[in-house]
Design a binder for this molecule. Structure first.
Ligand SMILES: [Zn+2]
Length: 289
């Protein structure tokens, strides 16, 4: 069975606790390899990517999860997105030279906030923002779940040069027996906190869950594939020009003959000539061909 670039859901039988486990390899490598990041920066990106896939799997509907950290440190923005549990993309903005030699989240991002955006397909998007007060992403996300969704959640994230791993457990609401629910949760989350980095990166999902929870009855579901995929398109890029406005876009056409926009996630270049631009700002037409 394929062990990497997959996500698997699991359930603890007889409890209200569910989990997700993921290990990323080529999806992580493709995204982190787009720039020459210092290792701790690439590892941080790996943790964010693993987190985005875990969060995407917790949605009850098809949608896109975006995790965006903004800070005043060497890295000003770290943004990752997971669409439909399977399509990952991500970018980092900042001064990579200043990031050299720094390791911790706080050193790299400075004083930062974490925004989680959920965009259901065809539905209304919503966003929760929390301060990043802890020095690791797992704790910041646990705080987000506690604040925004009031769901007890434990997350373990880690990454090395090759792999990024994530494991999430969450207690679902509506526990019939609140005391049993609380006891189950404390027991299972204490077990998760014993997971070591090397175990998380070296062991298969099955072996990780066995190591942690062999005394519990766990049901592990079929793996879902995860890969790097950028959802950019000429149509979506055209929206950037619309928000720039007709005057400014026409000015660029006059000066340069063409408007070229490069996708920041995948480096794909979209070119708009004067006909494209006129189509775009012609009120009688709404779509580009
Ligand atoms: Zn793209």
């Amino acid at each position: 069975m394929k062990n990497h670039d997959i996500l698997q859901r699991f359930l603890f039988d007889g409890t209200d606790i569910r989990g997700e486990i993921t290990t990323l390899e080529s999806s992580y490598q493709n995204i982190a390899g787009r720039q020459k990041y210092p290792k701790p920066v690439a590892h941080l990106l790996g943790e964010f990517l693993a987190a985005a896939s875990l969060l995407s799997a917790t949605l009850k509907f098809p949608g896109i999860v975006t995790i965006q950290a903004r800070g005043d440190g060497p890295l000003s923005t770290l943004m990752v997105e997971c669409a439909q549990v399977s399509n990952l993309r991500g970018i980092i903005r900042g001064d990579l030279e200043r990031a050299e030699g720094l390791h911790s989240l706080t050193e790299l991002m400075g004083s930062a906030t974490l925004a989680i955006t959920i965009e259901p397909i065809g539905g209304e998007r919503y966003q929760g923002i929390v301060p990043m007060e802890a020095d690791n992403l797992s704790a910041c996300l646990e705080y987000y779940f506690q604040q925004s969704e009031q769901l007890p959640t434990k997350i373990s994230l880690t990454a090395n040069d090759q792999l990024a791993g994530g494991l999430l457990i969450q207690q679902m609401p509506n526990s019939a027996d609140r005391i049993k629910g609380q006891t189950d949760w404390e027991h299972v989350s204490a077990l998760l906190s014993t997971l070591k980095t090397e175990e998380q990166l070296d062991l298969s999902h099955n072996d990780q869950l066995y190591l942690l929870f062999h005394q519990e009855a766990i049901r592990l579901f079929e793996p879902r594939d995860i890969h790097f995929f950028c959802s950019c398109s000429k149509q979506r890029t055209a929206n950037t020009l619309v928000s720039l406005g007709a005057d400014e876009t026409r000015e660029i056409i006059e000066e340069q003959g063409v408007v070229a926009i490069t996708c920041q996630f995948c480096d794909e270049e979209y070119r708009f000539d004067s006909d494209d631009v006129e189509d775009l700002f012609d009120d009688n037409k709404t779509t580009l061909h």
